[in-house]
Ligand binder design. Sequence first.
Ligand SMILES: Nc1nc2c(c(=O)[nH]1)N[C@H]1C(S)=C(S)[C@@H](COP(=O)(O)O)O[C@H]1N2
Ligand SMILES: [Mo]
Length: 202
Amino acid sequence: MTPPISRGFGGKRRPAADPTRVPPGQYLTSDFPVLSAGPTPRTPLDQWSFSIGGMVETAKSWSWDEFLALPHATFTVDIHCVTKWSKLDTIWTGVSLDTLFEQARPTGHYVTARSDGGYTTNLPLADLTGGKAWIVNGYDGKPLHPEHGGPARLLVPHLYFWKSAKWVRGLEVTETDEPGFWEQNGYHIYGDPWREQRYWGD
Ligand SMILES: Nc1nc2c(c(=O)[nH]1)N[C@H]1C(S)=C(S)[C@@H](COP(=O)(O)O)O[C@H]1N2
Ligand SMILES: [Mo]
């Protein structure tokens, strides 16, 4: 009996992705996978606050209502997960970190984001300023779903998606780069998808 024609290793071919939109080693997905290291926390909105502290001129904290009163923007970006899926043209609504830092005025040069549930991730301050990062509370015209980080998450689309801390509650400005949860467990300290900075040593 003749064996079936081989389709090659890897089975079904994926359509070639536009290399100007999709970083090396990534494939496109149209669904929105959920990746969480623990259970989804559910902090009631009347107990929720978002704070910026550490090396800042003025430590700041916003209640949910105060956060909602800040200027919001809706924008479209591409996201890239280190597990190799990328999703193009995702639509988010939130507050630019420039707006928040304007009030707190950082003096240090790195940031640790902290979330309900204990997740942390570290970034250079420069990656959170200049219109590149937001605290988002809306996705696709609806309130951000709890599984995807609602009521609010950090969104830093130019870095791998693990840097976009879900259920974010605060930023601590530091003088040195302090590895966060995944960064202590083998993920790259910076995480640029265009340079495939997935793991230590990449
Ligand atoms: N608080 C928190 N934020 C998190 C994570 C997490 O486990 N906890 N996972 C990260 C990882 S590895 C990815 S890929 C994205 C996944 O976001 P999504 O579940 O909305 O797709 O969230 C990031 N932010
Ligand atoms: Mo991830």
